[in-house]
Design a protein around this ligand. Structure first.
Ligand code: FAD
Length: 475
């Protein structure tokens, strides 16, 4: 790379803007292209941030309800939807506006529009006005992200059928909502609507919610989801949907239906069955970039595609489709462009489900270890033994460490309970730094906090946790 290299970043999500900002900080000439008014992408405009603003409100409503058990009763909440939407939009505007400012301060050229490749060193940018301008580059970073998947053969034209973007708009508070898909987006948005007073049904094709996460952790969350939802249908599929007066008539099929009617009409249906990569960037076929059958752009460990001048990062290159993974890849791609010897090889990419309770994990999961036939020791600390958890009246959590019994190294961490999303950061550090159970056990954690559950899990591994009596089994 020469210091005057021109880097064009296509897509202004958390992958794209992180890459653009870093490239500018390293002295490169940078252009960032995105259709949005400001950088932000899915994460800030219609993903992580608006959903978490609404989940905060949902948490408050649920806690206020729960407070009756402690002798503090509030009346039923009155929801002013306009103000609620206003709060969410204010957060989004503040953050995206801030990114616009940061982009200007770094002297990045921000072009509002969509990019199409002409060849390995030039693009056409089409703006809002339909005008197309050519742009040459030394390097391009493709960060075009992903979009909601649709149910094959089932989609109908109906304003009552929503994807995550539509659900985040909060068009109204429907009396009934069917959430199709028991993954994290469906559960998070379903929790928001349930807290606002909607009767929510979740339908999931497989035998459990949150496929991929450890069952012992999911089971704790599932209990609560079953409480706040009208019904959770597992092993059940939606086989048809049609508009029916003021709602959508849905037909189900599957062994999990039990007594539940095969047909039911819902005021609204939210389809959240996963996301598809935006790999079909126009003109990419004029370069050597390879897009696989699932629509992901193929990259090596430096995030470089088969076309040496083009890198790709974020949701468009593969799972997990998470904002922090996208940003991290963005920084690695930029360092590679700068000529540094780098590789994207994390030991732990944390995943967080921001429901109540939160569920978070990083590194090796227990089920992965089982699938791989890898011998691990699992040290579990139940939150019923945590003073801090009891002060919150939330003894339903669990913290667990997945440990290599030979080296005592921490390979993975899983947590379910309020605040798990914050706590998992310590797990990431432990896994990345190659910490062992003694390191975690000997690090003094503040009392009374939920973070102690990590330290005490390590003590459980040695069979001498202060707050649980579980002597170590002799091998
Ligand atoms: P994106 O954020 O998808 O951005 C891509 C950008 O590229 C978009 O602005 C798009 O318009 C633009 N673009 C596409 N094609 C072109 C083109 N040809 N020219 C120019 N621009 C183009 N992740 C988390 O880590 N934590 C969460 O809590 C979380 N919650 C989520 C909640 C919801 C409801 C959703 C939908 C997603 C959530 N995600 C979460 C996922 C997260 O949003 C994505 O992983 C992240 O946004 C991916 O970043 P990215 O940079 O790869 O792409």
């Amino acid at each position: 790379m020469s210091s005057t290299s021109h880097v064009v970043v296509v897509g202004g999500g958390p992958g794209g803007y992180a890459a653009a900002f870093y490239a500018a900080d390293l002295g490169m000439r940078v252009t960032l292209v995105d259709p949005g008014e400001n950088p932000g992408g899915v994460c800030l405009y219609r993903g992580c941030i608006p959903s978490k603003a609404l989940l905060h409100v949902a948490k408050l409503v649920e806690e206020a309800k729960h407070a009756a058990a402690w002798g503090v009763a509030f009346g039923a909440p009155t929801i002013d939807l306009n103000r609620l939407r206003g709060f969410k939009e204010k957060v989004v505007n503040q953050l995206t506006g801030g990114l616009g400012q940061l982009s200007k301060q770094r002297k990045i050229t921000y072009l509002r529009g969509t990019a199409a490749f002409r060849d390995a060193h030039s693009l056409d940018i089409t703006g809002d006005d339909g005008k197309t301008t050519p742009l040459a580059f030394d390097y391009a970073v493709v960060a075009t992200g992903s979009r909601p998947a649709t149910v094959p053969g089932l989609s109908i034209e109906s304003p009552r059928l929503m994807d995550s973007t539509g659900a985040l708009e909060l068009p109204d508070i429907p009396q009934s909502l069917l959430v199709v898909g028991g993954g994290y987006i469906g559960l998070e948005l379903g929790s928001v609507y349930a807290a606002l007073g909607t009767r929510v049904t979740v339908v999931e094709m497989t035998g459990g919610l949150l496929p991929g996460a450890d069952r012992d952790l999911v089971n704790i969350l599932a209990k609560r989801i079953e409480k706040i939802c009208e019904k959770v249908l597992l092993n059940t599929k939606v086989v048809s949907m049609k508009e029916a007066g003021e709602g959508i008539a849905v037909t189900f099929e599957g062994e999990g239906l039990g007594e539940h009617p095969k047909e039911r009409t819902f005021d609204r249906v939210l389809v959240s069955i996963g996301r598809r990569p935006n790999g079909a960037v126009p003109g990419l076929d004029r370069t050597r970039v390879k897009v696989n059958q699932r629509g992901f752009i193929e990259v090596d460990e430096k995030l470089q595609t088969a076309e040496p001048s083009i890198y790709a990062i974020g949701d468009v290159v593969g799972e997990p489709m998470l904002a922090h993974k996208a940003s991290h890849e963005g920084r690695v791609a930029v360092e590679a462009i700068a000529g540094e010897k780098v590789a994207f090889e994390p030991l732990a990419i944390p995943a967080v489900v921001f429901t109540d309770p939160e569920l978070a994990w990083c590194g090796l999961t227990e089920s992965d270890a089982q699938t791989q036939g890898r011998k691990v020791t699992v040290a579990r600390f139940p939150w019923a033994a945590s003073g801090r958890a009891l002060t919150l009246d939330r003894s339903d959590g669990v913290t667990k460490l997945i440990i290599d019994p030979a080296t005592e190294r921490i390979l993975g961490v899983g947590i379910v309970g309020p605040g798990a999303g914050e706590l998992i950061a310590e797990g990431v550090l432990a896994v990345e730094m190659g910490a062992n159970a003694t390191d975690l056990k000997m690090s003094i954690h503040p009392h009374p906090t939920l973070s102690e559950t990590l330290m005490e899990s390590a003590e459980v591994f040695f069979g001498h946790a202060t707050h649980v009596y579980r002597p170590r089994r002799t091998q």
